[in-house]
Write a protein that binds this ligand. Sequence first.
Ligand SMILES: Cc1cc2nc3c(=O)[nH]c(=O)nc-3n(C[C@H](O)[C@H](O)[C@H](O)COP(=O)(O)O)c2cc1C
Length: 326
Amino acid sequence: MKTRITELFNIQHPIIQGGMHYVAFAELASAVSNAGGLGIITGLTQKTPEDLSQEIARCREMTDKPFGVNLTFLPTVTSPDYPGYIKAIIKGNVKIVETAGRNPQAYLPVMKDAGIKVIHKCTSVRHAQKAESIGCDAVSVDGFECGGHPGEDDIPNMILLPRAAEELKIPFVASGGMADARSLVASLALGAEGINMGTRFIATKEAPVHENVKQAIVSATELDTRLIMRPLQNTERVLRNIAVDRLLEKESSLGKDLKFEDIIEEVAGVYPKIMMEGAMDAGAWSCGMVAGLIHDIPTCETLINRIMSEAEMLIRNRLAGMINLN
Ligand SMILES: Cc1cc2nc3c(=O)[nH]c(=O)nc-3n(C[C@H](O)[C@H](O)[C@H](O)COP(=O)(O)O)c2cc1C
């Protein structure tokens, strides 16, 4: 399939694997890229720019296809060494960066000078327009369904994607709630040029996370996610567990007085315990409603090939058949 996204990133299929903390290591990114999609390493999971350099080198050993690095601009007190991470990306000759969180404007000139294509992930039309106006090459439009941070507007993709199509000139991919060929074909119909998937790619053979995480996703339904940290204006969609229930009780009892320190036990530093050790109640971890559509743990190649072949059948048979009036 050829779209403006496959052309922009020089990839075979319009399928991107979004950056994911403690999930998107070289193993997953290279597997997605080898399958013809775009794999992305999560920059900040690497503790230092030197660690990121090594992770990029590991990924290069596993694939000769294009892959990217995610840079998440966090609302943290002590800012990570973003210039250092960008130097590691440039030194590693990575030509695609997925930015997320805050406005990446301050770092765009240095990335553009290095010939890097930037896809900014955002959750509203106004932020997507801003990304376009500051020179991003593409955007990932992340709907309310998404795992991770859906923002505070709560607009689902059925509205958000066509609204983005009305306003944007640069290409965009649909993110949040994407799992299969139906997601891809629907997204293309709504104006997107491809899809970005997070949760779906965790439940794959190559995702280097504990088996418990993959099983939790397969077992979950679309009813099993919760929104946390809304009172802190840092809303995150996570899979419900004991820690999440405890956190939500604190949110409702403390109300407006809630501070980050009150929920630190449930959210700070929990990812290694969950993703590496499989301690599923150790804290809150991002997961999309799309878990309800995930029923197996295929390889990335099987998953991507299945999406592409079923998408072709959907378009050629189901959709074309509906307008064939003879
Ligand atoms: C476990 C997990 C960790 C994530 N970590 C990050 C991250 O560090 N940076 C980021 O930009 N997005 C992160 N995301 C969001 C994904 O890149 C992607 O935008 C999102 O998962 C799309 O929604 P979906 O899960 O419905 O596919 C994370 C998502 C999950 C599920």
